[in-house]
Design a protein around this ligand. Structure first.
Ligand code: ATP
Ligand code: MG
Length: 582
């Protein structure tokens, strides 16, 4: 019952609800003991011939009012205990969600999103079940059993009661054994479910690529395999599940057998009356529910604890990037400096960036270029402090990045990632994502600066056009420009555009760069690009190769140098001329 201990915080916080609910359960259990006694007495009085109409009416009236009272009380405990469990479900889900928002990219690299969703949608309800039905059955079956057995021993016959209990140790042993098996199997089943979820998620989001490569049939096959595995593991769970009830039924059957056999003998020897025997059997009947409930409890608790284990494994993961103990809450100045900065991704051994040193003055523009995979995006991400990194190597406004508070750093930087992501909302909401209070004018202006104004006119609903699954499908270049508008609206001191102009044509790029230079005069901008014309105006251009700076300077200096940059630039100019002539 470790799980109940793990959840004890929650029970303590909602102790009133649980106390009242459980009090009603107790009350019901006590009241339930009355009818068998009443019936037993009635049987005896029929046998003695002492039954009067008044007596019978009284018994019937008592049974009737008990029925109504139990009806009301059962409603109350169900309402309280199940309600409590729903609150627990919400609490756990919120905790999981806020945990997920705190985690860094390396966490998401390790965890598959389908599995994360399986935990939220499948494991949390299993924990909830434990907190509702689990608590109920634990309290109820224990109390009911003890109480009923007590009454049987005291009011009927203790020897008969003990005899009827002979099969019980076997019940305890078998449920414990099944329970252990169930725990292991349910954990595996949930794991398989997570895997299946992940498969669906990837197939749905990658459906176009799949079609393009005519991989539908293969994917259906692959899905069949995961779903087969899920099925198999769940069937394994059901096998154990299916053993519980028959085992309990057979044990209860034995109890009845002993009760009836030995009981009849006792009636013959006049140790107990016939009415006692009837009452005894009715009491045994009362024990059926706690026994089943007990088996069921083991079942629910094992599922709940397997799920809680999956959930806890997730919740104990700490983000691998921590805020400094006494962080600097405001970075003054927008200069950027790197001093022998070397970076290696967690879990890998080869540094991706090596010994980078450069400095960028306040309000200047930095261009980062180089072959694909040379580390441009990594350098951008490093400035966002998304990964744990070397101390005292990267500075913003003279403060080391790891000394800055997360809020200060994030408020400082506007970022357009290479993989742009738009939410399934309107264009206006997407642009105003970081600044929800922005006016329509501001949003429109940001879109115009990002050269998205003309495209917007094509959409009949303008700013209110829905993007994504349920809305219009945007081109790559349109998505890029909306992402740029989103960052421009933030008007951050430092703007990072990671390959953000790759999907627009040269002329549009030229106009966006022109707007950037006007708008961001006095502010720092970092641009990475493959088309060198996008960084031509920068005060400092770095050429990266395999994580090292191999050339640096302004456009003119680099052209004079005659290295990779100069060669690349000439080639691109030529290509453009060819395209221009066509
Ligand atoms: P591109 O021009 O294609 O965008 P890039 O210059 O931005 O390339 P990066 O994305 O910074 O290159 O990648 C640099 C190197 O780091 C690559 O070799 C890549 O395999 C590696 N890398 C990138 N992201 C990770 C990660 N999360 N974990 C481990 N290695 C990574
Ligand atoms: Mg990149």
């Amino acid at each position: 019952m470790q799980i109940l201990r793990d959840l004890s915080c929650f029970f303590r916080a909602h102790w009133k609800r649980y106390t009242v609910g459980i009090a009603f359960l107790f009350l019901i259990d006590v009241l339930m003991l009355w009818p068998p006694r009443l019936v037993g007495e009635t049987v005896d009085s029929i046998r003695n011939g002492s039954l009067t109409t008044a007596h019978l009416t009284e018994s019937v009236a008592i049974l009737l009012s008990l029925g109504i009272a139990l009806y009301v009380m059962r409603f109350i405990w169900r309402y309280l205990l199940n309600g409590g469990a729903l609150i627990l479900e919400r609490t756990l889900r919120e905790r999981l969600f806020s945990h997920l928002t705190r985690m860094t990219p390396s966490f998401y690299q390790r965890r598959r999103s389908g599995d994360l969703m399986a935990i939220a949608t499948n494991d949390i309800p299993a924990v909830e079940q434990t907190a509702s039905m689990g608590v109920l059955t634990l309290v109820d079956s224990l109390f009911m059993t003890v109480l009923t057995l007590g009454v049987m021993m005291v009011t009927i016959d203790w020897k008969l009661t003990l005899a009827a209990l002979i099969p019980m140790p076997f019940l305890a042993w078998s449920t414990a054994y099944y329970g252990r098996l169930l725990h292991e199997r349910f954990y595996l089943a949930q794991e398989a479910f997570g895997e299946m979820n992940d498969h669906v998620q990837q197939s749905v989001s990658g459906v176009r690529v799949m079609r393009a490569f005519v991989q539908e049939d293969k994917d259906v096959d692959a899905f069949r395999r995961v779903s087969e595995k899920t099925l198999e593991r769940n069937v394994n769970v059901s096998r154990i599940d299916a053993l519980f009830d028959p085992t309990i039924a057979i044990i209860i059957g034995f109890s009845f057998l002993i009760g009836l056999g030995y009981g009849t003998y006792l009636v013959f020897t006049s140790s107990i009356s016939l009415g006692d025997l009837v009452a005894f059997n009715l009491y045994l009947g009362l024990l059926i529910w706690p026994m089943f409930a007990f088996g069921w409890l083991i079942n629910v608790v094992q599922r709940g604890s397997a799920s809680l284990k999956r959930l806890s494994e997730m919740l104990i993961e700490e983000p691998d990037v921590h805020e400094a103990n006494q962080p600097v809450t405001e970075a003054k100045g927008n200069s950027i400096e790197a001093r022998h900065f070397t970076f290696t991704y967690p879990g890998t051994s080869k540094p991706v960036l090596q010994d980078l040193s450069f400095s960028l003055g306040e309000g200047e523009t930095l261009g980062i270029v180089g072959r694909t995979g040379s580390g441009k995006s990594t350098l951008c991400r490093s400035l966002l402090h998304q990964y744990r990194m070397q101390d005292d190597a990267l500075f913003i406004g003279g403060v080391a990045i790891e000394r800055l508070s997360f809020d200060a750093l994030r408020a400082k930087i506007g970022y357009v990632p290479q993989e742009h992501l738009l939410f399934s909302r309107t264009i206006a909401e997407n642009v105003a994502f970081g600044k929800p209070e922005a006016t329509e004018q501001e949003v429109l202006r940001a879109l115009e600066l990002a050269e998205m104004g003309r495209d917007l006119m094509q959409f009949s609903e303008g700013l209110e056009t829905m993007v994504g699954e349920k809305g219009v499908t945007l081109s790559g270049g349109q998505k890029q420009r909306i992402s740029i508008a989103r960052a421009l609206l933030m008007d951050a001191d430092i703007l990072i555009l990671d390959d953000s102009l790759s999907a627009v044509d040269a002329r549009t790029e030229e106009r966006i760069v022109h707007h950037l230079r006007q708008e961001r005069a006095g502010k720092t901008t970092i641009i990475t690009a493959h088309r060198l014309s996008a960084v031509q105006h920068a005060q400092l251009i770095l050429v990266l190769e395999e994580g090292r700076i191999v050339e640096r300077g302004t456009h003119d200096e680099l052209m004079l140098l005659g290295g990779w940059y100069a060669e690349q630039y000439r080639r691109q100019q030529m290509e453009q001329d060819v395209v221009g002539q066509e």
